[in-house]
Design a protein around this ligand. Structure first.
Ligand code: SF4
Length: 408
């Protein structure tokens, strides 16, 4: 979401006559559009703001970072602009103050989004912002505000414009895409409408296990251009902790959704987010998480250690945290378990053929290309192929957990 917002801000400012530089050192204005979901990146963003302010730049703290701690940020930022105030960013430059009214709508921002100057083969399109769920550990409802769905007409226009200009992959994004609703159009309807526009590859993220319905899987199964990939955050395999976290589903319900998706959407790839060491997590709770991980056999997972985030309710509710050494040990065990599962699953890809879209170079060897399968699994290809090209590859090897493919 931040990547998309940064791209549109860049476009807005360029259209208003500002020039881009290839390095912040050369710039007069530096914007840090920061995420605060985790503590570590937030601290890094604050360091960057201080660093560029110290070097005499006009410094703007933007995004969730701005919304979370505007008063503290004003001590070392010229401007603090929340995610719903980007409409005015051009006119605010040069002023000093905090602009963080998240009840606003981003009309101008979305107009720029529809008509963006830079267009790539793969683009994000925001369909909704904010969240009404208030999961106990999360700051999003406080930084992005309540849920706001964008009009389907607006979204479809943006998708159409992008495809006319060469985009072949669209990812519909929002904090909780499944709760999209605007003037009678829900998420399954919107997905159906986007698919009919004929975009070559369509993805969406992030889904919420409580809000996704089999009707979405039905649409996914009907359209060849909706990619068979579902990112479905689990968070924990303990139903007791899911309740503490206010997630709104049990582990049994989560398993039911996964099984339904697998029955309805052929070859669907399922990824997830899991946290360990949420306050009060016992060994039994953690064992439940390992059990669900083994049962679901995720295709990949983002795993992290809980960190208290102000002003989430968990930040105020729990006076003690899981000791760091236990948290690290559980995280290590979880990562090892997931990696074993993922490696086994990747090995089963050997000998099979996959359609991939090239999206860059291999991180380890720039002479090799890297692409994503329809299920969003990264494959390295033994050849230098331009970005945006779609080709069939046969998987010939797996290095670590990365499949290696040869073009057919
Ligand atoms: S659904 Fe996601 S964005 Fe919304 S409060 Fe929960 S974790 Fe945060």
């Amino acid at each position: 979401m931040n990547e998309y917002d940064s791209l549109i801000i860049r476009n807005m400012l360029q259209k208003e006559g500002f020039l881009l530089t290839d390095s912040p050192e050369k710039a007069d204005i530096v914007i840090i559009n920061g995420c605060v979901v985790r503590e570590k990146p937030e601290n890094k963003e604050i360091e960057l703001l201080k660093y560029y302010k110290h070097r005499g730049k006009f410094v703007i703290a933007a995004g969730c970072l701005a919304q979370k701690d505007k008063d503290a940020l004003l001590a070392f930022s010229d401007l603090v602009i929340g995610p719903m105030d980007y409409d005015d960013i051009g006119t605010l430059i040069g002023k000093h103050g905090a602009f963080t009214d998240y009840s606003k709508h981003r009309d101008r921002f979305y107009r720029y989004a529809k008509d963006r100057m830079e267009v790539s083969f793969s683009e994000y399109v925001t369909i909704m912002t904010g969240c009404d769920n208030f999961c106990s550990y999360c700051v999003v409802p406080f930084t992005r505000g309540r849920e706001k769905s964008r009009s389907a007409k607006d979204i479809l226009e943006e998708v159409e414009n992008l495809t006319k200009r060469g985009t072949i992959e669209i990812t519909l994004i929002g904090q909780n895409v499944n709760s999209y609703f605007h003037e009678g159009v829900d998420f399954k309807d919107l997905l159906d409408k986007v698919a009919r526009l004929g975009v070559r590859r369509i993805r969406f993220t992030t889904s919420h296990p409580r809000d996704i319905s089999p009707a979405v899987f039905d649409v996914m199964a009907r359209y060849e251009n909706i990619m068979p990939w579902l990112h479905l955050p689990l968070q924990t395999g303990s139903t007791r902790l899911l309740k503490e976290m206010r997630r709104g589903y049990t582990t049994e319900e989560y398993l039911y959704i996964v099984n339904t998706a697998r029955k309805m959407v052929p070859d669907i790839v399922i990824s997830t987010d899991i946290m360990v060491a949420y306050p009060t997590e016992t060994e039994e709770d953690f064992e439940d998480t390992l059990r669900i991980v083994k049962e679901v056999q995720f295709d990949y997972a983002y795993m992290f250690i809980y960190s208290p985030r102000k002003p989430s309710s968990a930040y105020y509710r729990y006076k003690t945290q899981i000791p760091r050494d236990i948290a690290v040990k559980r995280h290590r065990l979880l990562v090892d378990t997931v990696q074993r599962i993922v490696t086994e699953k990747r090995k089963k890809m050997i000998g099979r053929t996959y359609e991939i879209m090239i999206d860059g170079h291999s991180k380890k060897n720039p002479d090799l290309s890297r692409g994503k399968t329809r299920g969003n699994i990264t494959v390295v290809v033994n050849k230098n192929i331009p970005e945006g090209e779609i080709l069939e590859v046969k998987i010939v090897d797996v290095i670590g957990a990365t499949p290696v493919g040869e073009p057919i």
